[in-house]
Design a protein around this ligand. Structure first.
Ligand code: 5GP
Ligand code: ZN
Length: 115
């Protein structure tokens, strides 16, 4: 745990968030500034800075994050209409919280193209 990291604090329940799912590997909670009707962040419980910090051993963890994202999309009722999964990485990627996270965004037609 990184004591200054807001997502570590949410995982450890030192900071409040609307948690929609958690298990021994990941925590999912609603984004404080949603950009769509459903906007959930899925984070590893262990502090990892970004996709660039991943090692081969983290492959099951990342697979699990995507499985959880798909299940949450079903629960939120956005799976049929479709949704977007994003992991902003680094400054040019638009990352503002440096604890790896996947955005699950849906409930409206996404804007395209990206970038
Ligand atoms: P990034 O810009 O790093 O891809 O995404 C960070 C996301 O975290 C943003 O969408 C932002 O609204 C969200 N966020 C930042 N601080 C908090 C917080 O304290 N609680 C929650 N629930 N979301 C946060
Ligand atoms: Zn962290």
């Amino acid at each position: 745990m990184i004591t200054s990291c807001i997502f570590c604090k949410i995982v450890s329940k030192e900071a409040n968030a609307t948690i929609v799912y958690s298990d021994e590997q990941v925590t999912a909670f609603r984004d404080i500034h949603p950009v769509a009707p459903t906007h959930i962040l899925i984070v590893p419980n262990r502090h990892l800075e970004s996709v660039s910090s991943l090692e081969v051993e983290d492959e099951p963890l990342m697979g699990h994050i995507f499985t959880v994202a798909g299940k949450l999309a079903n629960e939120e009722g956005i799976a049929q209409g479709g949704y977007r999964i994003i992991s902003n990485t680094g400054v040019n990627g638009g990352q503002t919280v440096f604890h790896l996270h996947v955005h699950l965004i849906g409930g409206q037609r996404m804007k395209y193209p990206m970038g």
